[in-house]
Design a protein around this ligand. Structure first.
Ligand code: NAD
Ligand code: DAU
Length: 358
């Protein structure tokens, strides 16, 4: 029986967590295709060194010949597509890579997968799935009091990142409706947890806090996100892959809306307890207000009722348990943090924050 799966973007934050969890929880072979962009990190996969169930391939999802070759060689029963450019601020500074990977790359994946799937025989063809990992940002921004995003919410993407993800979602949908490709799509809220690159809010605040650097809050800090611990996102994807209805979309979220400033206060208070500063001041004293993100979405909230009703999935971590695990992981993994803060990382920080002075 075919039991290998092909995962793209499995050296990034969520992808690496998914790969590690998959090998631990499911244990069947997994081919991991990743370009190793600035966000991809082989060190995150170090626990799998020497494990024959994990086959790592460096390559681009936009390389149709490579994808076709991997599909023919490994005959996967499913593809899980994480690979993307994922950072909103980078999409504002330079959208081109987002169009290339998130739209053209997804298109190339779909084309290669369609050809592979068409050639499969009866049972293998019926069992095959293409799961596309997407975001709640495609739905746009909510006002206070608006209902949380359901799967039926109109798409209203506001950043080059969310527009590129929206386009990829539409392509995935069209390949199902037009060609019958057995697709599944998940739209998830903000993730946090181990292995997250310190350009995103939570790891940036932990890393900057510990280094004595400024903690930059965009605008008034009252933008709301719906936070989900990464392990819960990974279990939701496994559940959708196992039991999701073909062609359906499942929203995934943590039922956990919080304003950014509250998140940063929580991290500061936790660091004050676990790693008090020698001068006795609070990490909160490092908080600074900086110029807002252009077009900044005010609020996201996910209605995760469908995945709960139809597939019995709910998150297992509360924000309190998840953020404790996350802060502990960063405190215990100083070498990982040091290694990702390369020259390229420092250049990005300079570019993003230099013109946002308080
Ligand atoms: P990430 O930026 O940490 O990782 C992306 C990975 O994709 C990296 O390993 C990178 O090397 C790889 N990659 C980039 N371009 C590639 C290409 N052309 N070919 C092959 N590999 C390529 O991203 P993440 O936060 O782990 O997000 C993973 C997926 O989940 C994305 O599709 C993102 O849109 C989605 N998502 C993220 C969040 C979140 O909060 N981080 C929430 C919902 C959905
Ligand atoms: O909602 C899901 C999305 O969440 C994913 O699709 C994206 O890939 C992921 O990056 C994330 O997007 P956000 O823009 O919400 O995440 P980010 O961590 O960049 O920012 C979270 C909030 O914190 C947002 O309101 C902007 C704010 N922020 C961010 C940074 C980096 C700050 O106030 N200061 C900062 O320095």
């Amino acid at each position: 029986m075919r039991n290998t799966i092909l995962v793209t973007g499995g050296a990034g934050f969520i992808g690496a967590n998914f790969v590690l969890d998959w090998i631990r929880e499911v244990g069947t072979p997994l081919v991991n295709l990743d370009k190793l962009s600035y966000a991809g990190n082989r060190e995150s996969l170090a626990p799998l060194a020497g494990d024959a169930r994990h086959i790592f391939v460096q390559g681009d999802i936009g390389d149709g010949a490579l994808i076709a070759n991997l599909l023919a060689t490994h005959q996967p029963r499913a593809v899980v597509n994480f690979a993307a450019e994922s950072h909103v601020d980078r999409s504002i500074h330079g959208p081109r890579d987002f169009i290339q990977t998130n739209i053209v790359g997804t298109f190339e994946m779909l084309e290669s997968v369609r050809a592979y799937w068409n050639a499969l025989d009866g049972d293998a063809k019926a069992a095959f799935r293409f799961l596309h990992v997407s975001t709640d940002e495609v739905y746009g921004s909510l006002k206070k009091g608006d209902p949380a995003f359901a799967e039926t919410k109109r798409y209203e993407p506001n950043s080059p990142y969310s527009a590129s993800k929206a386009a990829s979602d539409h392509l995935v949908r069209a390949y199902h409706h037009t060609y019958g490709l057995p697709v599944l799509t998940t739209n998830c809220s903000n993730n946090y947890g181990p292995l997250q690159f310190p350009e995103k809010l939570i790891p940036l605040m932990i890393v900057n806090g510990l280094a004595g650097r400024a903690l930059p809050i965009y605008g008034d800090g009252m933008q709301i996100r719906d936070w989900l611990y990464v392990g819960d996102h990974c279990s939701a994807i496994r559940r959708v892959l196992e039991a999701g209805a073909v062609g359906e979309v499942y929203n995934v979220g943590g039922w956990n809306e919080k304003p950014n400033i509250e998140i940063v206060h929580t991290i500061c208070d936790m660091l004050d307890q676990i790693r008090p500063k020698p001068d006795g001041t609070s990490y909160r004293s490092q908080i600074t207000t900086v110029t807002d993100r252009p077009g900044h979405d005010r609020r996201y909230a996910i209605d995760a009722g469908k995945i709960e009703r139809e597939l019995g999935w709910r998150p297992t971590e509360t924000f309190d348990t998840g953020i404790r695990k996350t802060v502990a992981w960063f405190l215990d993994n100083q070498e990982w943090i040091a290694n990702v803060q390369s020259g390229a990382y420092r250049e990005w920080v300079e570019k993003n924050y230099a013109d946002r002075s308080a």
